[in-house]
Design a protein around this ligand. Structure first.
Ligand code: ADP
Ligand code: ZN
Length: 432
């Protein structure tokens, strides 16, 4: 049986949802034009007035907003409410450069937490659940977002933050946690630690996990589900759009439903900015239609994915997005070939390795080199290592089209992540 937080909204007809979006969009554009000089200038330069935006069909007329705009306008340049109305800031983890700061009114916090609550309910959460939140707390949006959502659902909330993994497991056992929220890489680490402490999934009560904030593959999902004995749900969001909860997975596990009453998605060609039809792969763009303090119109996320309105077995009518396969700026170009770390992860797990790996790219004599460090499984015989490296390198070559050098390292030698994992070390940048 599928659970909904707001059935009326989540299963609303497309027609009714569009009405809500049209109305909210018109009001939001007016709000931004009147209160954010930075964006007003962008609109003026493009020759668009708030009156030109009458419905979602007019969305394409609006200028894009990029991460560079956010950095340029840092810290207060995109604020749309007086500071007196703002109660919180959060900030990006700075994975790809200078931090971005987002602002929230109390109403913004409520709506954000409501979005996270939908994700928890979709994963089967109720007020009977014990929800252990081990996303980082503080400036990072993961902890505060899921913490707020968990409160709204009425779960007993464990605000653990990340780190101290053995203590996480102790609490999980003592308090009988049923839902786990953290990054997928940390979930895998918790699972591994559980096993190393001599426990099996039968020794804990977890039933579901809500994992996001970084790319992860289907193979990694199965791995975590096995290690922890749970069903693992994906959740997506970014600081600029409040945080996690922009979209969330249902029991079908084939993409994340976007909370369209708050965010209007578009997919564009990242090179030309042209809007692409549903079903095509491109860069995800969001317009937030309910955010007050930090409303972003046509914000380019740099995340690459596909949107789909295909009917979902869960009954929700909210549009779905595929897992982002990586950010456009995560994509490595190695010897002219586009490479996403997730492709390498897929091969590793398929071949029975753990999802602990690091990719090193460098340039030697004007030619790119690709080295992949992977942990050998426990009990590997040293004499088998060269053959295993060769076989893995050949499987990766089949996937990518270019040959890597694979290095098998002793088990546990690659540092574990408690937040977002660092998968890529690109040394080429040092030479530029
Ligand atoms: P930073 O850009 O510093 O990492 P955020 O913490 O705001 O800042 O991270 C948002 C980004 O994290 C998204 O743009 C996306 O690239 C990534 N992300 C978030 N959730 C997911 C997910 N479920 N799957 C893949 N990537 C995700
Ligand atoms: Zn669904």
């Amino acid at each position: 049986m599928e659970n909904y937080r707001s059935k009326e909204i989540e299963c609303m007809s497309r027609e009714d949802m569009k009405k809500i979006q049209d109305e909210r969009l018109v009001a939001q554009v007016k709000h931004v034009y009147e209160n954010v000089p930075y964006y007003r200038d962008l609109m003026d330069k493009k020759g668009v007035k708030p009156e030109d935006i009458k419905s979602t069909e007019d969305l394409y007329k609006l200028p894009f907003l990029t991460k560079d705009d956010l950095r340029e306008a840092y810290p207060y340049g995109l604020l749309a409410k007086p500071l007196a109305d703002c109660v919180r800031i959060q900030s990006t983890s700075g994975t790809t450069g200078k931090r971005v700061v987002a602002f929230y009114t109390q109403n913004d916090l409520d709506l954000w937490e409501e979005c996270c609550a939908r994700a928890i309910v979709a994963a089967g959460g109720t007020n009977e659940d014990v929800c252990q939140v081990c996303y980082g707390y503080g400036l990072f949006t993961g902890g505060p977002g899921l913490n707020g959502g968990s409160h709204k659902v009425g779960c007993l909330t464990l605000p653990m933050s990340s780190g101290n993994t053995e203590r996480q497991i102790q609490f999980m056992r003592d308090l009988g946690s049923t839902i786990l929220c953290c990054t997928p890489s940390y979930a895998a680490y918790i699972g591994e630690t559980l096993r190393d402490m001599g426990y099996t999934p039968d020794d804990i009560k977890l039933k579901a996990g809500i994992f996001g904030a970084e790319p992860w593959t289907e193979e990694m999902r199965r791995e975590i589900e096995k290690l922890l004995g749970i069903k693992a749900y994906d959740i997506y969001g970014l600081t600029e759009t409040s945080g996690p909860g922009v979209s969330f997975e249902c029991s079908e596990q084939t993409g994340m439903h976007i909370n369209e009453d708050h965010f209007i998605p578009e997919i564009i060609n990242p090179e030309t900015g042209e809007v692409l039809p549903e079903g095509e792969k491109g860069e995800l763009v969001f317009t937030s239609i309910t955010k007050e303090a930090f409303p972003l119109l046509r914000y380019r996320t740099r995340d690459i994915c596909v949107l789909s309105r295909k009917k979902c077995s869960c009954g929700r009518t909210l549009i779905k997005m595929t897992k982002p396969m990586g950010r456009s700026d995560d994509m490595l170009i190695i010897r002219g070939v586009n490479v996403f770390p997730s492709q390498i992860e897929t091969v590793l797990i398929e071949k029975g390795y753990t999802p602990n790996y690091q990719i090193e790219v460098d340039r030697v004599n004007n030619s790119d080199t690709l080295d992949i460090n992977v942990e050998a499984p426990e009990g590997t015989d040293v004499s088998d290592v060269p053959a295993m490296e060769k076989s893995l390198a050949s499987a990766i070559k089949t996937m990518l089209g270019i040959s890597p050098k694979v290095h098998l390292l002793p088990p546990k030698s690659i540092v574990r992540s408690e937040g977002k994992a660092v998968r890529v070390i690109d040394k080429r940048k040092l030479h530029d």
